[in-house]
Design a binder for this molecule. Structure first.
Ligand SMILES: O=P(O)(O)OC[C@H]1O[C@@H](O)[C@H](O)[C@@H](O)[C@@H]1O
Length: 249
C-alpha cells in the first residue's frame, strides 16, 4: 500500500523538489549568485570566467545541503576558499556567509513575487499517507522551510519539521549526514527502519541510506534517476502520485 513496505510507520519528506517545486528557484538563485561572484573574480584576477554548471555542479556540490555547506563545497571544487564571515554579513561580502546571504536575497525575491504551489501528486500522497495512519515529517536543509511549507498550505499535513533552523539550534550535521532525518524519526517516535525517506537530492538519498532507513525513495524531477540509485535510493519515482496507487519505477 502506498508503495511502502508493511512495517513503515512514518514518512520523512524533503521539501524543495519533493513537496514543492522550489528546487528550481533555489537552483536559479544559486546560478545568479555564483555567476556574479565568479565573473567579478575573473575580471579581478584575469582568469577565464567559467559559469556555474546548474547540472552536475549543482547536483553534486549544492543540492540538498545546508546553505553554507553548498557555498563551501562548490567554491572548494573550483579551488576557492573564502573566510567564513559572520551570519549577518551583507550580500556584498566575499565570505561564505556573504555569498550565502546574497543567494538568499535572490531566492526570497522570487518566492515573494511568485508564491509557492505544492506538487499536486505530493499533496495527494500526503493525504493518502495521513489517511493510512502513517506519521509525516518534513526534513529540509533550508532555513526557509517553515515559510515555504506555510506558503504552500502544507502545515496541516505535516506533524514535525527538522530544517536548517532546527539543525543549527540542535547542532545537527546537514545532509549527506543522516542527523536531520534521524532527529525527525525520533520526533515521530519511530525507529529508522520503520521510516521511509523521500528525496530528490543526491546528498539527501545518501543521508537516507547512511541512516539505515527502511526505504529511500528517490524523486527524480530532472532526469538523474541513475545517479539517485547510485547514491542510495532503493526505488525512484518521477512524482509521488505514482505511489498513491502502489506503483513504483
Ligand atoms: O538557503 P536555504 O533556504 O537555507 O536552503 C538551503 C538548501 O536547501 C535545499 O533544500 C536546497 O536543495 C538547496 O539548494 C539550498 O541551498
Amino acid at each position: 500500500m502506498l508503495g511502502l513496505p508493511e512495517d513503515i510507520r512514518a514518512c520523512l519528506f524533503d521539501l524543495d523538489g519533493v513537496l514543492t517545486p522550489t528546487a528550481k528557484v533555489h537552483k536559479a538563485a544559486w546560478e545568479e549568485t555564483f555567476n556574479a561572484f565568479l565573473r567579478e573574480r575573473a575580471e579581478r584576477t584575469g582568469e577565464p570566467f567559467v559559469p556555474f554548471d546548474t547540472g552536475r555542479e549543482y547536483n553534486v556540490y549544492v543540492d540538498g545541503k545546508a546553505r553554507a555547506d553548498g557555498v563551501r563545497s562548490f567554491l572548494s571544487s573550483r579551488g576557492i576558499t573564502l573566510p567564513e564571515g559572520e551570519p549577518d554579513d551583507p550580500g556584498s561580502a566575499d565570505t561564505v556567509n556573504g555569498v550565502g546571504n546574497r543567494k538568499n536575497e535572490a531566492l526570497m525575491a522570487v518566492l515573494r513575487e511568485r508564491g509557492v504551489e505544492p506538487y499536486e501528486g505530493s499533496v495527494a500522497y500526503l493525504r493518502a499517507v495521513r489517511q493510512a495512519g502513517v506519521r509525516r515529517a518534513v526534513v529540509s536543509a533550508s532555513a526557509n522551510c517553515a515559510e515555504v511549507v506555510r506558503a504552500a498550505g502544507l502545515e496541516e499535513l505535516l506533524e514535525a519539521r527538522v530544517d536548517g533552523v532546527v539543525a543549527r539550534q540542535e547542532g545537527l550535521r546537514g545532509k549527506p549526514h543522516p542527523d536531520t532525518f534521524l532527529a525527525a524519526a525520533d520526533k515521530l517516535g519511530v525507529q529508522p527502519g520503520e521510516a521511509a525517506v523521500f528525496e530528490d537530492a543526491l546528498a539527501g538519498v545518501e543521508a537516507g541510506r547512511a541512516g539505515g532507513f527502511g526505504l529511500v525513495v528517490g524523486v527524480d524531477r530532472v532526469g538523474q534517476s541513475e545517479a539517485l540509485r547510485e547514491h542510495g535510493a532503493h526505488i525512484v519515482v518521477r512524482d509521488l502520485a505514482e505511489l498513491v496507487d502502489g506503483a513504483s519505477a
